[in-house]
Structure formats: C-alpha cells, structure tokens
Write a protein that binds this ligand. Structure first.
Ligand code: ZN
Length: 174
C-alpha cells in the first residue's frame, strides 16, 4: 500500500511550535490539539507548506522560514491613521492590541500603535512580518479533503461540518 503523503487536496493535521530568533515561543498547538489545514491552499505560510510537502504521518520537521517565505518583509510605510469608528465593532482599542480587520485581500491581523482622539495609528504589517520563523512540526494525520473543503479552500473540523468562526483563529502563526 502506498504511503499517504502530504500533498494537494489532503487535509493535514499537525502539532506545531513556532519560535523566533531568540527561541521565544510565538505560537503553539500545545493544549489546543492539532491544527488541521488544507495542503496546497495557502492556509499556512509558504515556507512551512513547502517543508511539509511529501512528508508522512509521524514525521517531525524542523524548518527555518525567512520573511520572504513567511509573512513578508516589514513595510515602514504600512502605518496609517484610521478613524476609531471604522475599526471592528467601532470600539476604542488599546495600544499594542492586535485586531483582525477585513481588507480587499481577506482578513488581516494588524497592530494598534497608539490611539489619539478619534483616530488610531494602525500598523498594517502582519505581527510576524520581517521575522524569521522556526517551526517544529509533527504530522499527526493525513486524510483526503472533501469536495466541500476543496471548494472552500480550507479544512473543516471533524464531524462539525462547518465552523468558520473557529477556522479564522486557527491558522498557524496568526
Ligand atoms: Zn468552509
């Protein structure tokens, strides 16, 4: 029987720990259970997807992902003043808070730098932009994606069919 590999149209479940250059843990699946994602659908950063490609259940992968294969370089011009009322729920955020906003390219995590009067200074760079990412990943499961999952471009959690609110928060690394 051929070994099942991580490839396009497979849902891959991984345990992962993400650390930065200093070895500080930025994100981990520990205590949450494995993350299931649709392989080949850009659900995870390109450098990590490349490293997992072709691997099988039980394999552990350690990979360094540079900004080019991660969340991109840090863009100092991507800082803008935004009216507070245009922010999610229109509520006043705190400095340092990370918000999820809708952009033409899809949902995006941004960082509030400061709030003054009716305006917030927002850093539109991904919180992990410009950082080297060190992933340690163990593949726990690989299964065929359903037609619906392929159609949507992401994995659905087992049994529950559809839960998009959850999925938006379960992408590796933010
Ligand atoms: Zn869906």
């Amino acid at each position: 029987m051929p070994r099942v590999k991580a490839e396009e149209k497979k849902v891959v479940s991984i345990e992962y720990t993400l650390t930065d250059d200093d070895g500080s843990v930025l994100d981990t699946s520990e205590g949450r259970g494995p993350l299931a994602y649709l392989h080949g659908a850009k659900n995870i950063v390109p450098g990590l997807e490349k490293a997992i490609d072709g691997k099988g259940v039980g394999e552990t992968i350690e990979v360094k992902v540079t900004p080019a294969d991660g969340y991109g370089d840090y863009d100092p011009n991507a800082i803008r003043n935004v009216p507070v009322r245009k922010l999610p729920e229109g509520k006043r955020p705190d400095a340092g808070e990370i918000l999820q906003v809708q952009t033409p390219e899809g949902p995006r995590h941004v960082t509030v730098q400061s709030v003054r009067g009716d305006y917030a200074k927002i850093d539109f760079n991904h919180p992990l932009a410009g950082k080297n990412l060190f992933f340690k990943v163990t593949i726990k499961d690989i299964r065929d994606a359903t037609a619906e999952e392929i159609d949507h471009g992401h994995a659905h959690s087992k049994g529950s069919g559809h839960d998009h609110g959850q999925e938006a928060e379960t992408q590796a690394g933010g």
